[in-house]
Design a binder for this molecule. Structure first.
Ligand code: VGL
Ligand code: ZN
Length: 199
């Protein structure tokens, strides 16, 4: 339908097996998402796209390990292994992803001092990526999401989409999670409570 867009979140090599921030079975989302892409008139991709030395990388914080959290000026931030560095093979889309028909690629996390999980707002929950305005101008009021990872970039994108007044569906079969300390269950409950349709 014309007012419905598929948003494919971060299906990049670094989030797939063998990648720097591998999500278990992350590559299994590819055939599911390729099937979805065929069924949508409009397809948007997001791409995690960090400069080298990004502040979300544990390597930039002496004495702090990956998968621990620190306080940043904009709030709590989980620290990650270096991943999705701009122009690297790890930042490229999975080779099997059929992205040819995508109308827009939204890159995020490109400001060194701030991370961006959501496709709509950076982690200060204030700085827009522009995707909300893009969808609005194009008359798109419904979004369906899938990709990596369920409990971070997909989840925060879905919650922000609801806040922007969009009707939101997440295809769980097309998502895989990092699941840090129960983050998958917590995010699933948040999405449900916000009115995201989980299918
Ligand atoms: C993501 C952690 C760091 C994601 C991106 O795509 O879910 N997670 N950067
Ligand atoms: Zn990232």
């Amino acid at each position: 339908m014309a007012d419905d867009a598929l948003i494919v979140i971060d299906v990049q090599n670094d989030f797939c097996p063998g990648g720097a921030l591998a999500v278990e079975n992350g590559d299994q989302v590819v055939p599911v998402i390729n099937g979805l892409i065929k069924r949508f008139d409009h397809v948007v991709l997001t791409q995690d796209w960090h400069p080298a030395g990004h502040s979300s990388f544990a390597s930039q914080h002496a004495g702090h390990d990956p998968f621990t959290a620190i306080e940043m000026p904009y709030g709590e931030q989980t620290l990650w292994p270096d991943h999705c560095v701009q122009g690297s093979e790890g930042a490229a889309f999975h080779a099997g992803l059929d992205w040819t028909r995508a109308e827009l690629v939204v890159r995020k996390g490109f400001r060194k001092a701030i991370d961006s999980y959501s496709a709509f707002f950076e982690n200060d929950h204030t700085t827009p990526t522009g995707l909300g305005g893009y969808l609005k101008e194009r008359g798109i009021s419904k979004v369906t999401m899938a990709g990596l990872a369920t409990d971070f970039c997909v989840g925060f994108s879905a919650l922000d989409a609801v806040k922007l007044g969009l009707s939101v569906t997440v295809v769980m079969e097309g998502c895989r999670a990092i699941d840090l300390g129960g983050s998958l269950a917590a995010m699933t409950e948040k999405m449900r409570a916000a009115g995201v349709s989980l299918v």
